[in-house]
Design a protein around this ligand. Structure first.
Ligand code: SF4
Length: 494
């Protein structure tokens, strides 16, 4: 069943995943993980899971759906222990199936290991082949399972999971922010480029917490301590916290889209609070792409801070021209043709009084495929706006992402196929202005050398193997060809 999926998704399918971990003897770790995952729900809505250790063994519960749908009091009560990790998933490698949900669990002779991953390995295919040639029977079709199985195989010879992770890190090429659970430790691991965020917090002075974003620390009352450094392995166990710098990085390459769109605005990522970063982008955009208009409106909710920044700098009033229904789930029945003709708008509805007779600047964070934007511009016009000037706080998205954002097919990117003028025409705007790459860096106030900008520039900081196709279903196709995979899968977020 694919026909009714995602057509109503307002953002154009750009989520990643969220990971969480806690070492907290005496704390209700499954409940704390539940709330941590709830705060990370925006990073993935396809599936979620929690793995817990009581010091003797690991229990895991994972399901398809939202965190609030999957876990109830009974499920949390069964997950008892002192250590836990959790995951919210949006598929960027491997399809939307329970087998690919996380945390994934494998065994070695010392017990079970659970792993939760945000990112994408670019050499997953090659590593999977090596595992299969060594006799491993893989059950899922994601790079995360490849990483987990590598650690489990290495744990015996290396003398434990901690050493096994350190031994595997130099072999993993790509983006990975991980939380890993053993029966007596929780680990946090970040790739040497630091593509995806991962931070450390402390709760009640003694429990150690790891999370993709600092918003997940706030929700459980933990304080932010620091980020996990690129190339670092951090271990929390009964002896406290210890760190190993495992792989030195030639450079850091945090995904700039974390600032533009992906992370929650109240998360501190690297040197900036995302809300302030977005507001700075709006100000810069107003300098570089002014417009003759009477009001600045955001596309809710991701365009909000940039629209506020644009209004501040341009001197134009900020207004709400679009009202969003917050309760539309990711999979939702589309209106049929008759309802569409009646103008049934499920996610956004225009506020006519704010738009009628006015020239409007509509600010959003990006245009990926372009389909949503056309509908929104039309809606604003039909509400009586005299002109619609679209301003985008990021540069044109021209290159696919191979590091954990689902846009890995270049033909889907309108910025790769069309000039800015053609895009303007396609979305039906009176004018269209994009941020430049220089404007982006100036607005963020962050050095180019610290960021991945590849989807705007085509310059990939982590080399992409030439002979690899790299779509999110590559491992699936391989498993299917070899008769080992689940061929009846469905793809979300397209
Ligand atoms: Fe982020 Fe784009 Fe780099 Fe992917 S290619 S990590 S979306 S900046």
């Amino acid at each position: 069943m694919t026909t009714h999926k995602a057509a109503l998704a307002l953002p154009e399918a750009r989520e990643a995943c969220g990971v969480f971990g806690i070492h907290g003897p005496g704390e209700d770790v499954s409940r704390l993980t539940y709330f941590g995952l709830f705060a990370l729900q925006h990073r993935g809505q396809e599936s979620a899971g929690i793995a817990v250790s009581d010091g003797r063994g690991i229990d895991v519960f994972r399901e398809m759906g939202l965190v609030s749908q999957i876990f109830d009091e009974d499920a949390l009560a069964r997950l008892r222990g002192d250590l836990a990790i959790g995951h919210t998933r949006y598929s960027t490698m491997g399809s939307t199936t329970l087998a690919n949900s996380q945390p994934m669990v494998a065994e070695w002779r010392g017990g079970k290991i659970a792993l939760a991953h945000n990112g994408n390995l670019v050499n997953a295919m090659e590593l999977r082949q090596e595992l299969e040639e060594a006799g491993e029977r893989l059950e899922a079709t994601s790079d995360s399972e490849v990483m987990l199985r590598m650690v489990a195989r290495e744990a015996g010879p290396a003398g434990g999971v901690e050493k096994a992770v350190a031994a595997c890190m130099p072999r993993w090429l790509g983006a990975y922010s991980l939380t890993i659970l053993t029966k007596d430790a929780v680990m946090a691991v970040r790739d040497p480029y630091g593509v995806r965020p991962l931070c450390i917090g402390r709760l009640n002075g003694k429990a150690h917490v790891f999370a993709s974003e600092s918003c997940a620390l706030g929700v459980i009352g933990a304080e932010f301590v620091r980020e996990v450094e690129p190339g670092e392995l951090v271990v929390a166990d009964k002896n406290g916290l210890r760190s190993h710098m495992v792989v030195n990085s030639p450079r850091h390459a945090l995904c700039v889209f974390e600032y533009i769109y992906m992370a929650r605005p109240d998360s501190q990522i690297g040197e900036r609070l995302c809300y302030e970063a977005r507001r700075g982008l709006g100000r810069q955009l107003a300098d570089d792409c002014p417009a003759e208009a009477e009001v600045v409106i955001p596309v809710p909710a991701t365009g909000w801070p940039a629209a506020i920044g644009y209004a501040e700098r341009s001197g134009l009033p900020f207004g709400e021209g679009l009202i969003r229904n917050w309760y539309v789930p990711r999979t939702f029945i589309q209106p049929d043709q008759r309802l569409r003709e009646l103008g049934v708008r499920v996610k956004l509805n225009p506020l006519k009084e704010a738009l009628k007779g006015r020239r409007v600047v509509m600010v959003d964070d990006s245009i990926v495929r372009g389909t949503t934007k056309r509908g929104i511009v039309k809606m604003i016009r039909e509400a009586g706006a005299k002109a619609v000037h679209v301003r985008i706080s990021a540069p044109p998205y021209r290159w696919p992402c191979y590091y954990g954002v689902d846009t890995s097919n270049r033909s889907e990117l309108i910025g790769a196929r069309c000039s800015v003028e053609q895009i303007r025409e396609a979305i039906g705007a009176d004018s269209l202005g994009y941020q430049t790459v220089q404007g982006l860096l100036k607005g963020l106030g962050i050095s180019r050398r610290k960021l991945c900008l590849a989807c705007f520039t085509g310059r990939y900081p982590i080399p992409i193997p030439k002979d690899v196709k790299l779509s999110k279903l590559d491992l699936e196709e391989r498993a299917w060809r070899e008769g080992k995979g689940d061929a009846e899968t469905e793809t979300a977020g397209q």
